[in-house]
Ligand binder design. Structure first.
Ligand code: UD1
Ligand code: CA
Length: 463
């Protein structure tokens, strides 16, 4: 196979986004849009990938995996042609085809890229342009053909005559081009256009004038090559990507009750026979097993759920692990670095942070469990709180197997409760507890028979 280098254009500000943030950092499907082009380059077998950055270069660099990628700065953004020119040095010594991708075309599939590359190789031409035919070609560069129907040049919307504007075939901004021609041709490009920019698209006219072979390869679906230039485009791309992700999950056996109201990132993996209820947001490196139920309004990110896990309505789970058969919620908050072991139950208004809840243990109502290790078969009564913070440092609470913690208990960390102990309701535990102990710290009850009745009588009499 011929070697291919990839250049990804990502230096522009994206004026039409009306944003402080570089356009390519705006997210589609929970990831910066530029990350898709980098991923596609890898999939297409790039020998080298050069990403042209400029606007907010440092932020762009930091937000993306630099692995196998060379970042080159275009310090002033003088146009797409000028941007590609910046890659010349990084590709010195490279001879072969260059695949040019755009950082603002996130929906493109590797199949379409391969189609373009194959067509370019088979045609043995100098330049192949990936085109598409949208219903409304507005704002895109138009493919202008000669009387034999061969591509002659590309004209930008702003430079086009009304006749040229009526052409529906558009330039996707993605090309396959011989490296030697590319860098020579770019030196001939001049900023003679309405925008006073160095247009990459001018290399088409240059190749034609040099009698080189230039072809087009049309993408089957316009949607996957749409460029994101505004917030409206961004929302449209988001919707397309989301639909694709959900359809893929459903095709693989996941039930999505209401696809128009379910938000799952493409990075999420879900096994068959799991049901996702409306309003769920599932993102990041989340993996969900089979037979799970993800309740309405749940927010789950970077979490591993085993099989048959039940997440009840409006629960939030971040960077944690919930093992087989466990149940969470409704309205529970599982914060980072938590492990909920097999069959454990975390109920309503319970917050768990950086803790392990052992197999079959239960904290069903109104609790805060932070920096704790809880053994198997433990019952945490309603309103129990681990007091893990003294304003300066965090401390650990350890509760061994089969402990019963009565309601409204405070555990002042650091503290350890030995196996099988019983903590009476309303206890404040300040010291370690040996196994099988009973601990209470509440004041003994005093009952004054008839007191209330007498008191009421007295009050009424004084009115
Ligand atoms: C470009 C094409 C247009 C095509 C459209 C497809 C040109 C002149 N026009 O227009 O024919 O239909 O894409 O989406 O090429 N960039 C830089 N440096 C710059 C300018 C741009 O790196 O100096 C990057 C941008 O960050 C972006 C990409 O190049 O990722 C395209 O730039 P953009 O300004 O969006 O071009 P369009 O006007 O959409
Ligand atoms: Ca664009």
């Amino acid at each position: 196979m011929n070697k291919t280098a990839v250049i990804i254009l990502a230096a522009g500000k994206g004026t039409r986004m009306k944003s402080e943030k570089a356009k390519v950092l705006h997210e589609v499907g929970g990831r910066p849009m530029l990350s898709y082009a980098i991923e596609r380059a890898k999939e297409a077998g790039a020998a080298k990938t050069v990403v042209i950055i400029g606007h907010q270069a440092e932020k762009v660099r930091a937000a993306l995996p630099g692995e196998g990628v060379v970042f080159v700065e275009q310090s002033v953004q003088l146009g797409t042609g000028h941007a590609v020119m910046q890659a010349e040095k990084a590709l010195k010594g490279f001879k072969g085809d260059v695949l040019i991708l755009s950082g603002d075309v996130p929906l493109i599939t590797v199949d379409t890229i391969r189609g373009l590359m194959n067509s370019h190789r088979e045609g043995k031409g100098t330049l192949t342009v990936l085109t598409a035919e949208p219903d409304d070609p507005y704002s895109y560069g138009r493919i202008i053909a000669d009387n034999k129907g061969r591509i002659k040049k590309i004209v930008e919307e702003k430079d086009a005559t009304s006749k040229e504007r009526s052409v529906r075939e558009i330039n996707t901004g993605i090309y396959c081009v011989g490296s030697e021609f590319l860098f020579k041709a770019l030196k001939k490009v001049e900023p003679k256009n309405v925008q006073k920019e160095y247009y990459l698209t001018d290399i088409v006219g240059i190749a034609v004038s040099e009698k080189r072979m230039v072809s087009t390869f049309k993408a089957e679906e316009f949607k996957e090559v749409m460029g994101i230039n505004s917030r409206i485009d961004l929302a449209e791309a988001e919707c397309i990507m989301r639909t694709k992700t959900l359809e893929h999950l459903m095709a693989n056996g996941v039930t999505i009750i209401d696809p128009s109201n379910t938000y799952i990132s493409s990075s999420v993996r879900i096994e068959p026979d799991t049901v996702v209820y409306p309003g769920a947001f599932i993102s990041g490196d989340t993996v969900i097993g089979t037979g799970c139920s993800i309740g309405p309004g749940s927010i789950i990110s970077d979490t591993i759920l085993g099989n048959d896990v039940k997440i009840k309505a409006y629960s939030v789970i971040e960077e944690s692990e919930v093992r087989e058969g466990a149940a969470i919620g409704p309205v529970a908050h599982i914060r980072p670095q938590t492990v909920i072991e097999k069959g454990a139950h975390i109920g309503n208004f319970v917050e768990v942070k950086k803790s392990t809840i052992g197999e079959g243990s239960k904290a069903n109502h109104l609790s805060y469990i932070g920096d704790a290790t809880i053994g198997k078969g433990v019952n945490i009564g309603a309103g129990t709180i681990t007091c893990n913070y003294d304003g300066f440092k965090k401390y650990q609470t350890i509760i061994e197997d089969n402990v019963f913690v009565g309601s409204d208990t405070q555990l002042i960390a650091p503290v350890r409760i030995g196996k099988g102990s019983l903590i009476g309701a309303g206890t404040t535990v300040t010291e370690d507890v040996p196994e099988d102990s009973l601990v209470t710290s509440r004041v003994r009850q005093e009952t004054r028979k008839g007191w209330a009745k007498k008191w009421r009588k007295k009050k009424k009499g004084s009115k």
